[in-house]
Design a protein around this ligand. Sequence first.
Ligand SMILES: Nc1ncnc2c1ncn2[C@@H]1O[C@H](COP(=O)(O)OP(=O)(O)O)[C@@H](O)[C@H]1O
Ligand SMILES: Cc1cn([C@H]2C[C@H](O)[C@@H](COP(=O)(O)O)O2)c(=O)[nH]c1=O
Ligand SMILES: [Zn+2]
Length: 191
Amino acid sequence: MTENLTWEAHRPGRIEVVCGSMFSGKTEELIRRMRRAEFARQKVEIFKPAMDTRYSDGDVVSHDHHSIPSTPISSSAEILLMSSDIDVVGIDEAQFLDNGLIEVCNDLANRGIRVIVAGLDMDYKGIPFGPIPALCAIADDVTKVHAICVKCGSLAYVSHRIVESDRRVLLGETAEYEPLCRECYRKATAR
Ligand SMILES: Nc1ncnc2c1ncn2[C@@H]1O[C@H](COP(=O)(O)OP(=O)(O)O)[C@@H](O)[C@H]1O
Ligand SMILES: Cc1cn([C@H]2C[C@H](O)[C@@H](COP(=O)(O)O)O2)c(=O)[nH]c1=O
Ligand SMILES: [Zn+2]
């Protein structure tokens, strides 16, 4: 774990990215970091794309049903408008937000705000997803988390879609996706 453990005491602006496949623990890790910031009496605000209505309209909810209140947004620019006077900004499901998010996160960090972004690094085809790759490039810290491959038990690296659809955005959970390792994904998608 490369989280900066001295952050609570010093409060430099920074960008942290938590990325990985579905079920890898991104949301749990985001909630953990936000709760620790609250214990440190930091003012926190969590955002998520309004279109992510999977478990709740308002809360960020993990697959294990841990939750934290959030503000749904339709565009990354709304984060800037709502972050004055905030110490720590959290953003979940950031792969669904527009590329303006990269500049927004930079602006916030340059103002001294700690920004924690969680999102899918790749879509179901294994292609880098939305603003996440660029955010990894400019981040001060990147944590890649891993689910367990449901076929063989090794570390998963990608989310395999198990329903018929070639839309990039398709909300879902275990009925629609399974985390697989490279080898099992290759076998599952071989024609
Ligand atoms: N194959 C799996 N590997 C690891 N965790 C899984 C798996 N399937 C379900 N889970 C559950 O998902 C939880 C992580 O949920 P969450 O933080 O919402 O992940 P993410 O945001 O990365 O999709 C784990 O604590 C575990 O209870
Ligand atoms: C791979 C992939 C996923 N999605 C959707 C499915 C879920 O609603 C979210 C990911 O949520 P999680 O917290 O990471 O489990 O994204 C998608 O729309 N397209 C994809 O390719
Ligand atoms: Zn496997």
